[in-house]
Write a protein that binds this ligand. Structure first.
Ligand code: NAD
Length: 296
């Protein structure tokens, strides 16, 4: 298959490499010269604009920072929808609000171009290993058509429903994750202050009803989970600024349907503060520092 890949950053760069390893022909574009150089060294064909890449392709994949970049790449002056042939496919794997991809897909439909959202979980490690989970929002025909390509980059391809529902799944999961991580941080900090050993407390939580991914796999207290970012100075994890972005998306989407998300709003403020304190690039489990300022 001829694939245009736009956005060759931390995630997209590795995803494109996995397509190249699977012997796909990949035409890449990024604003960043270094990302392009890396892509070229892996055997990709570097293009001079999104349109130049899309002109070569039957399928476009985008992996971009935020909604404004996605709009620009699909609909802007150099936008790919202007040059793609009828019958082409597009997959946006960026994490953005559901409405933006619905709007873009509706415009694509008028040109007989099928567009789906397929945000991911698994982080940069999953992107490198080709083990990402894709949450796909698409009509069933498009879902079938993109399955093989997504399989080159991930191991779980989950059908969520119509266009936009992949983003809904992603932002709701991360809303819960932000809240549960903060809850575990609050409970661990309180317990230790009240005099219990952190290992003993984590052991009780993880065999009781407080147990969750944040307590068991990624506990925010150092040295509870050997492989968790908390045990290596909160480095190399899921960055606080990305959690803040995802909580913002959940709040924005909730506002559109007038749905209250009370805890989400509170936790977003805690993450906002953590970023202002200079911790934007630390793993999001560093939220525990809001409870233990001296630990910084
Ligand atoms: P990144 O900043 O490393 O990469 C984005 C790339 O897009 C950059 O190389 C940038 O130069 C490029 N870009 C920006 N505007 C462009 C344009 N108009 N045309 C071409 N290229 C452009 O970000 P990332 O970590 O790869 O994340 C990408 C997306 O995946 C984000 O939406 C993020 O929320 C989501 N995500 C990231 C992770 C993670 O752990 N990093 C995990 C899950 C989801």
């Amino acid at each position: 298959m001829k694939i245009a890949f736009i956005g060759l950053g931390n995630m997209g760069g590795s995803m494109a490499q996995n397509l190249l390893k699977a012997r796909q022909e990949v035409f890449g574009y990024d604003l960043n010269e270094k990302a392009l150089q890396h892509f070229a060294e892996s055997g990709g064909v570097v293009c001079s604009s999104p349109q130049a890449a899309a002109k070569e392709a039957d399928l476009v994949i985008t992996m971009l920072p935020a909604a404004k970049h996605v709009r620009d790449v699909y609909l802007g002056e150099e936008g790919v929808l202007a040059v793609l042939k009828a019958g082409s496919l597009c997959i946006d794997s960026s994490t953005i609000d559901p409405q933006t991809i619905k709007d873009i897909a509706a415009i694509g439909k008028t040109k007989k171009i099928s567009i789906c959202d397929a945000p991911v979980s698994g982080g940069t490690i999953g992107a490198q290993a080709g083990t990402l989970t894709f949450m796909v929002g698409a009509d069933e025909q498009t879902f079938k058509a993109v399955g093989t390509v997504l399989g080159f980059m991930g191991k779980n391809i989950v059908y969520c429903g119509d266009v936009g529902t992949g983003q809904v799944a992603k932002i709701c999961n991360n809303l819960i994750l932000g809240i549960s991580m903060t809850a575990v941080a609050e409970g661990m900090a309180l317990g230790v202050k009240l005099g219990i050993d952190p290992q003993a407390l984590a052991g009780v939580i993880n065999s009781s009803s407080g147990r969750c991914w944040s307590s068991e796999v990624c506990n925010p207290w150092p040295d509870i989970c050997a492989n968790a970012p908390a045990s290596r100075g909160y480095q190399d994890g899921f960055a606080t600024q990305l959690m803040l972005k995802d909580l913002g998306l959940a709040i924005e989407a909730a506002g559109q349907v007038k749905q209250p998300i009370l805890l989400g709003g509170l936790v977003q403020q805690l993450y906002q503060q953590l970023c202002l304190q200079g911790n934007a690039s630390l793993d999001f489990s560093s939220i525990i520092q809001q409870y233990l300022p001296h630990q910084q």
